[in-house]
Design a protein around this ligand. Structure first.
Ligand code: BGC
Length: 384
């Protein structure tokens, strides 16, 4: 770890925050709060000791988080340890133990499995380390200090709203897909989508094709976690491309020609959206499809430009990273990060300050992702 004066760190963090804000342009992204940072107390040890544990390198989403973390820590003049769990909760726990043994004071964890991560969080808590749950909530433990997140219910609402806005008439075939049941976010995304889609299923705009559980619950405006779990169990992609592809193929094999034509697909994220879209595009009886996504992954932005994916939800990772650093600094200076709401993790209400998200499709892709400085135009071909 590089040592610097703490004031310098705080100024650097504020500088990063300012860069994030300016780069966000019109996006109403909250800035990391520096209330505590304004009147710092020296931390008990001199080092800025933060470790980050991310779930997998198999998805562009988490590689992007790694890059943005490295950029932000480098701008602040610090090394950071970023460890990947390779989709394995045991490796995640070993990563946390390694960081604890190296004397970090704050661990930022994005859990591979929400409940399995509770043991690692408890170990960190016992060692006096602050635990920040990053993007995904660690469940069933009181050993989580803070949750850095986007408003995940609003991600699902944005996806549902996009499908609603593109549909006209009645009887439109609707295919539902969800994330991994081991990820609390899968429930929040589904909850948001259901909030918007259910009234349009009830009024006949959409007809659910691929989930008998969802059909059985379609008259309920609000679902319990268990009820969502029943639907998710039937339409989960497990956040994996192959699972998504195989499920979409099985759904189309079982569907009649009437269930095809112009279809609407709730896909939970970009990776699964691309896999599912490719399957629907290859079916001769599918005339057109509208498919959702999230993360603004580079391959999906290219799919949007090419007309192969309809939309994505931009979750500006720079904001999340800046929030995680601001929360870490708050703890290291004896403060507490800003709280605007809480998320219940099954045991406690975890303080959080969720960030807003932005819907992106062909109509605003340049403005939201290129002109904002999020990506360089050279990453893409055929930009409008
Ligand atoms: C994240 C998404 C991501 C998904 C799969 C979710 O918890 O919020 O951004 O696409 O996991 O990794």
């Amino acid at each position: 770890m590089v040592k610097k004066s703490f004031l310098y760190v705080l100024l650097s963090v504020l500088f990063v925050a300012a860069m994030v804000l300016s780069a966000c342009g019109a996006t109403p992204t909250p800035v990391p709060q520096a209330t505590e940072a304004a009147q710092p107390t020296e931390p008990t040890t001199a080092e800025f000791a933060v470790g980050v544990v991310l779930p997998t390198k198999n998805e562009p989403r988490w590689i992007q988080d790694e890059t943005r973390f490295r950029d932000a820590f480098a701008a602040a003049g610090y090394d950071v340890q970023i460890l990947f769990s390779d989709g394995d909760s045991a490796k995640e726990k070993a990563n946390v133990e390694s960081l604890i043994s190296q004397g970090v004071q704050v661990i930022v964890i994005c859990p591979q499995d929400a409940t399995a991560a509770a043991a690692a969080a408890a170990e960190a808590r016992d060692a006096g380390v602050k635990v920040i749950s990053y993007d995904r909530l660690i469940r069933e433990t009181d050993a989580v200090d803070y949750y850095v997140t986007f408003d995940s219910v609003s991600v699902g609402e944005a996806q549902g709203q996009y499908l609603v806005d593109k549909a006209s008439g009645t009887g439109n075939p609707l295919y539902l897909y969800a994330g991994a049941a081991s990820d609390n976010n899968a429930f929040l995304f589904f909850e948001g989508a259901w909030n918007v889609l259910q009234p349009k299923i009830a009024d006949g705009t959409f007809v659910i094709v691929n989930s008998s559980q969802a059909v059985g619950l379609q008259d309920k405006a609000t679902l319990t976690r268990d009820e969502m779990g029943q639907i998710i169990g039937q339409v989960t992609t497990d956040w994996q491309f192959d699972v998504a592809k195989n499920l979409a193929e099985a759904n189309l094999t079982a569907a009649t020609a009437d269930d095809k034509g112009d279809v609407f697909i709730l896909a939970p994220n970009d990776g699964t959206a691309r896999a599912i879209a490719d399957v629907f595009a290859a079916d001769a009886d599918v005339t057109s499809y509208v498919v959702t996504g999230q993360d603004a992954e580079i391959p999906s932005v290219q799919y949007i430009i090419d007309g192969k994916q309809s939309m994505t939800v931009l979750k500006d990772v720079r904001t999340l990273v800046a929030d995680a650093i601001a929360a870490s600094v708050a703890y290291l200076t004896g403060g507490t990060p800003e709280e605007t709401t809480t998320y219940n993790n099954g045991v406690i209400d975890v303080p959080a300050k969720p960030s807003v998200v932005v819907t992106v499709d062909q109509s605003n892709v340049v403005e939201a992702l290129i002109n904002s400085g999020y990506y360089d135009a050279s990453e893409f071909t055929g930009l409008p």
